[in-house]
Design a protein around this ligand. Structure first.
Ligand SMILES: Nc1ncnc2c1ncn2[C@@H]1O[C@H](COP(=O)(O)OP(=O)(O)OP(=O)(O)O)[C@@H](O)[C@H]1O
Ligand SMILES: [Mg+2]
Length: 313
């Protein structure tokens, strides 16, 4: 049976020509349903590039990506957008919450885009926030929450509609050790509930939470092995044969910027036109009034509301 994720001989070259960067260099990787995989490597090794491919946020220069056995390169933009919305929950280092929305509204927003009724949105958003232990913070805005709480809101947003795959790029990069532990416990729980969890990190301790550790260096997978769960940190260091000492990792975390990358923006954007079917609460979906979202337009036609996002249409 085909793997959930099957990457074959994938290359990604940025700036082809003289100054080209080979960010992925003939990468092949299969990930099955309900695996918990850590992709580890030092800064610039190609982790985020690989995550962007896995999340259908960018296209490779060459190679094949089969998701559920389907060739991603043959999919239309709308189909890709659909996959990003329904199949994958994205978690990034910088949380990517909308500052003027409460925790509840941040979690609810993608559900509005997906045309889910208000009643179901409420139940999904509350359940997701409860799962991450934030039932008492639903009305708080991001500025009123700690970094760990903000990341938990981002996780609640990612899991609200139960996507089968969770893709997390340095989800604990901005967090202290206590919050890091909380976030990792949440990811472990999601895995134990049947999700496929893929976490990208430069931190061996974080990677040690996963069942499988894939090491990437200079765009190449240099090792891929099961994590027995009984390994000490030293064992893991040895096992991943990183060729990169712990001290090389030490300064990486401070290199990050909080600013959103193009991929992060794309992960939460809806390309297709969403039609909201009439229900008792139809007129309560007033995007521009309720939520101050740039470039969003709403057309309230007779029994449905069309959301046009990102200036499209
Ligand atoms: N949009 C881009 N244009 C040109 N080069 C890029 C682009 N994005 C990434 N790169 C380069 O590709 C290589 C891999 O980058 P990538 O972001 O995947 O690394 P990373 O492993 O995620 O690093 P970090 O741990 O610092 O986040 C790096 O050399 C980087 O400079
Ligand atoms: Mg990165």
């Amino acid at each position: 049976m085909a793997s959930l994720i099957e990457i074959r001989n994938m290359c990604k070259i940025y700036n082809p020509g003289e100054n080209e960067v080979r960010a992925l260099d003939h990468v092949s990787l299969s990930i099955g349903k309900n695996e918990f995989v850590a992709i580890i490597g030092h800064s610039g090794s190609g982790k985020s590039t690989l995550m962007n491919m896995l999340g259908c946020l960018d296209v490779p220069t060459s190679g094949i990506y089969l998701l559920h056995g389907s060739d991603v390169s043959l999919m239309t933009d709308d189909e890709l957008s659909d996959i990003r919305n329904k199949e994958i929950g994205f978690i990034f280092q910088g949380f990517n919450l909308i500052a003027n929305l409460t925790a509840y509204e941040n979690v609810e927003l993608p559900l509005i885009y997906r045309g889910i009724s208000k009643r179901e949105r409420s139940s999904l958003a509350k359940e997701a926030l409860r799962k991450v232990g934030l039932e008492n913070r639903m009305d708080h805005k991001p500025s009123e929450m700690s970094g760990g709480q903000q990341q938990r809101v981002a996780i609640a947003r990612a899991i609200a509609q139960a996507p089968p795959v969770i893709l997390a790029d340095e989800p604990t990069g901005n967090l202290d050790s206590h919050s890091t532990k909380e976030i990792m416990n949440i990811l472990k729980t999601l895995h134990s509930e049947g999700r496929t969890v893929i976490i990208i990190t430069h931190d061996n301790d974080i990677a040690a939470n996963a069942d499988r550790i894939v090491h990437i260096e200079d765009g190449k997978i240099t090792s891929d092995s099961a994590n027995s769960g009984n390994l000490s940190r030293e064992d893991i260091d040895r096992e991943i044969k990183a060729g990169t000492s712990q001290s090389d990792f030490a300064n990486v975390a401070t290199d990050y910027e909080d600013s959103e990358t193009e991929a992060e923006t794309k992960a939460f954007e809806i390309n297709e036109e969403m039609t909201y079917t009439d229900e008792a609460d139809t007129n309560e979906v007033q995007k521009e009034d309720d939520y101050d979202i740039p470039d969003a337009q709403v057309e309230d036609t007779e029994n449905n509301i069309d959301l046009h996002l990102n200036g499209e249409n």
